[in-house]
Design a protein around this ligand. Sequence first.
Ligand code: SAM
Length: 330
Amino acid sequence: MAYRRAMFSPESMSRDLAAAASGAAVLELLTQCFAAAPLAYGHGTDNAADEAAWLFAAVAGVDYAEADWVDRFEAALAAPAVDLDIARMAALADQRVATRQPLAYLLGEAWFAGLRFEVTADVLVPRSPIAELIAAGYAPWVRPSEVRRVLEIGTGSGCIAIATALALPDAQVDATDVSPGALAVAQRNVARHGVVARVRLVASDLFTSATLGRYDLIVTNPPYVDAGDMASRPAEFRHEPELGLAAGADGLSIVRRLLAEAGSYLEPGGVLICEVGNSAEALQQEYATVPFTWLTFEHGGQGVFALTREQLEEHAPAIAAAVGRGSENT
Ligand SMILES: C[S@@+](CC[C@H](N)C(=O)[O-])C[C@H]1O[C@@H](n2cnc3c(N)ncnc32)[C@H](O)[C@@H]1O
């Protein structure tokens, strides 16, 4: 069935939802609404049913961070529809379809590493596969109990820095960004998660802040989208800050600089973990002699590599040459 805008006006959506007998029937209608609309996913869910469930749960007050969230979700499904905030569910579903904004922005929240983060249009919606690495305390790349200092470049909402601080309780984390709007959101998330004493937010263009030191681990999910993918990205991704995505013609403009400078900020034995997503192929072509280790993820995701300080140093000449080629090309 083709999506027709009139079918899901807030009024008719509200009417249909109000006519539903139970929360389960409401969720089914929301799922049908999303499935029939030309939506793109990738901001926390990858299909209509999960997106509808997230909306439903958020409005029903189900908190995924609570141990009993499954019981609460099931109770909301069993509840008479009249006991639910149908008008808000309908309005959010309509906005999602009409504006193509990621649901995370409409709800003002996103989930990452099992934690809830405030998000606004100043920050990318968290979705990095690095979450899986954080859950393992970055093992085997570091010994979690021995990590004292971590640097995150390009923190956005602060999700990676905060989840890292919670996973590595003995570590101090410096988290940088060039966007004042992102740093303001990150600051609120740092406070929300009670890690003010261990996560320091720094306004810095990569490593330019004089306040940075040396680190056991540098982790980053920098902008890495190439010009072709930027031009063809779905509407949902156009609501995200371009500063968080775009990285020149080949997607490597930021990563080139990162590779050239990261070694100087790592302790001996320290590791750089960097996400480059779809630009992995371009990176490998450009740095054919550099021994990237590509990480694998049980829950999906790709394009994340690890390099030690020693590897960065050994291959410094090739890495420096690539910076020169990059500045010629962009
Ligand atoms: C892909 S987003 C990642 C945000 C967050 N770490 C996450 O995983 O959701 C990249 C972030 O890098 C920031 N950024 C862009 N250029 C930067 C630069 N030169 N130095 C530091 N941060 C930068 C953007 O503002 C954005 O917040």
